[in-house]
Design a binder for this molecule. Structure first.
Ligand code: ADP
Ligand code: MG
Length: 318
């Protein structure tokens, strides 16, 4: 049986690129570039709450890092270092090999060094901490939206929630549409390049983990403003176009979480730059509404009728 230290050496120790001291000592030593602020975030994934016990471990390794990278993307930061704390019920080398493969493939892609963590026995629980850098004073925060700004969203919405609805038997998806939704649920692609490019353009940003209305609501609360969104403008995959007004699809688009797209606000005068960015990065960027004085998020359908948002964003304690 592998010891804790052999396990760390075999599965979670890789050469680092930009780290003074990584895995193996009592703590890691990190040196952010001069003129930068250190950006830090952490996200925990608990078995039975965030993932099913039989989920593909390689996808889980990807997702554990992806959800953290997404938070740095939403800050306009460059991710640099990660820490990984794992509770595992037993040593399962096939599971560990696949998990670490998924984790490091994404870390490689974003040039992130794994610099430490903690490994213990217990019910399966994964906690990643991510750290990165942003030029001092340029981070994208939730509190910068102003009345008159336009609201934008990247990519398209609802795929991940549709995949969950399919798994629960509430929605029937097939073929390529099903494959796409499952890929978006299991292997979200954090919008890191977009977030970095938006620093200096966007006034506020958030990543959509709990659903568009809930997450945009956080921007509104922190900024002391309201948002008016037009449902007809919300981007969704071609698959859903014919059933766009089906209640479950409306819910997936407005309130389904786990998309990890960015929602951001910007002055109307910056629209040209944002559209150019969309072309340069090959990511759809869509204007979906406006920031106005007041509070809360209102969604308008065809003909200007308000669409009630019945199920809010995910809240662990509700
Ligand atoms: P300590 O007892 O001082 O907390 P540990 O024995 O927990 O040290 O860890 C030894 C080294 O391995 C540390 O550098 C720690 O950051 C690293 N480490 C532990 N678990 C992991 C993991 N799952 N992934 C990456 N590094 C880890
Ligand atoms: Mg420790």
């Amino acid at each position: 049986m592998l010891s804790e230290f052999d396990l760390i050496a075999r599965y979670f120790t890789r050469p680092t690129r930009h780290t003074v001291l990584g895995v193996g000592d009592d703590a890691a030593l990190l040196a952010p570039a001069p003129g930068c602020e250190l950006v830090a975030s952490t996200d925990m994934l608990v078995e039975g709450v965030h993932f099913f016990p039989d989920v593909d471990p390689e996808s889980l390794g990807h997702k554990a890092l992806a959800v953290n990278l997404s938070d740095l993307a939403a800050m306009g930061a460059t991710p640099r270092w990660a820490m990984l704390s794992l509770a595992l019920p037993r040593v399962d080398e096939d599971w560990l090999a696949a998990f670490s493969r998924g984790f490091f493939a994404l870390a490689e892609h974003h040039q992130v060094d794994l610099v430490g963590g903690d490994t213990t026995r217990g019910p399966r629980n994964l906690c990643v901490q991510i750290m990165g850098e942003v030029k001092a004073g340029t981070a994208l925060r939730r509190d910068g939206a102003r009345a008159g700004d336009e609201v934008w969203v990247s990519g398209h919405l609802g795929d991940a929630a549709a995949a969950v609805a399919h798994q629960k038997g509430e929605l029937r998806l097939r073929g390529a549409g099903l494959a796409q939704c499952l890929a978006r649920l299991d292997r979200p692609q954090p919008r890191v390049a977009l977030g970095r490019a938006l620093a200096g353009i966007a006034t506020a940003a958030i990543d959509i983990s709990d659903g568009l209305v809930a997450d945009l609501g956080h921007i509104c609360t922190r900024s002391g403003v309201a948002a008016r969104i037009e449902f007809e403008r919300l981007p969704c995959s071609a698959e859903f176009m014919p059933m766009r007004n089906h209640a479950l699809v409306v819910w997936a688009i407005l309130s389904g979480g786990d998309d990890y797209e960015l929602c951001f606000t910007a002055p109307a005068a910056r629209a040209g730059e944002i559209l150019a960015l969309s072309g340069r990065l090959g990511i759809a960027l869509t204007r979906i509404g406006r920031i106005v004085a007041g509070s809360g998020v209102q969604v308008f359908g065809a003909g200007g009728k308000t669409i009630p948002v019945e199920r809010g964003g995910f809240d662990h304690f509700h």
